[in-house]
Design a protein around this ligand. Structure first.
Ligand code: SAM
Ligand code: CA
Length: 219
């Protein structure tokens, strides 16, 4: 079976964007501002951002967590989907890139909804548990260091309410998960994919979308 999906066809991909993308002007501006960044490829695609915002609305998310902010495009999309009083705890280990996104969050009117925590994400997640917030979150997006995913996933299951969802990015890792692993990132994603497939604590699907997006709902 070919790994190419319909969306690998440039004309079809363009059609999808032309017929479904609904970006806030500040989202488009932030994408443009990130385009020249040497690590711009880390940003999620606009249709993925829109998908995650829809998921957040579907679960009526009020309290969310993002692990891996970069310049803040995915955070902006989720924050725009939150109701008044909604909160996104946004975790990253360095603020230089996060600070690129802040003016865009501001102009979109959602900066007050985004609570940035600059620290290794496992420390931030533990601090949420220590603050008695187990079972209080609706939506978690995991998009940071791949060898940390399993740890973040276990924290996510503790912090989510039943019916809450966790979205894991890059679970196909350029297709390398389907071949013999040559590096620890691929091995980590392979092991987590195997674990989630068998995990009775969740309902799940691995979507061949973007670089592979796994969606899991806590039972
Ligand atoms: N979600 C972002 C977007 O759509 O633009 C992209 C995130 S980028 C793929 C991964 C981010 O994870 C980087 O900004 C990196 O600094 C951050 N990161 C790496 N290790 C981390 C850790 N241990 N804790 C928190 N963040 C980490
Ligand atoms: Ca990613």
């Amino acid at each position: 079976m070919s790994l190419r999906t319909l969306l690998a066809d440039e004309a079809v991909y363009r059609y999808v964007l032309d017929h479904s993308l609904r970006e806030h002007p500040e989202q488009a501006a932030l994408r443009a501002a990130t385009r020249g960044h040497p690590r711009a490829g880390m940003q999620i695609s606009p249709e993925q951002g829109q998908f995650m915002a829809l998921l957040a609305k579907l679960v009526e998310a009020r309290r969310c967590i993002e692990i891996g902010v970069f310049t803040g495009y995915s955070a902006l999309g989720v924050a725009l989907a939150l109701p008044h009083g909604g909160r996104l705890v946004a975790c990253d280990i360095e603020d230089t890139n996060v600070n690129i996104g802040r003016p865009f969050w501001d102009r979109a009117g959602v900066a007050s909804k985004i609570d940035v925590r600059i620290a290794p994400a496992d420390r931030t997640l533990q601090s949420l548990l220590d603050a008695g917030e187990a079972g209080q979150y609706d939506f978690v997006f995991i998009d940071a260091d791949k060898t940390g995913y399993d740890t973040y996933y276990e924290y996510a299951l503790k912090l989510l309410r039943a019916g809450g969802i966790v979205v894991l990015d890059n679970t196909l890792w350029g297709g390398s998960v389907a071949r013999e692993a040559r590096d620890e990132d691929t091995r980590a994603i392979q092991a987590l994919n195997d674990k989630l497939h068998r995990d009775e604590r969740i309902d799940m699907v691995l979507l061949p979308f973007g670089d592979g997006v796994t969606l899991a709902r806590k039972r």
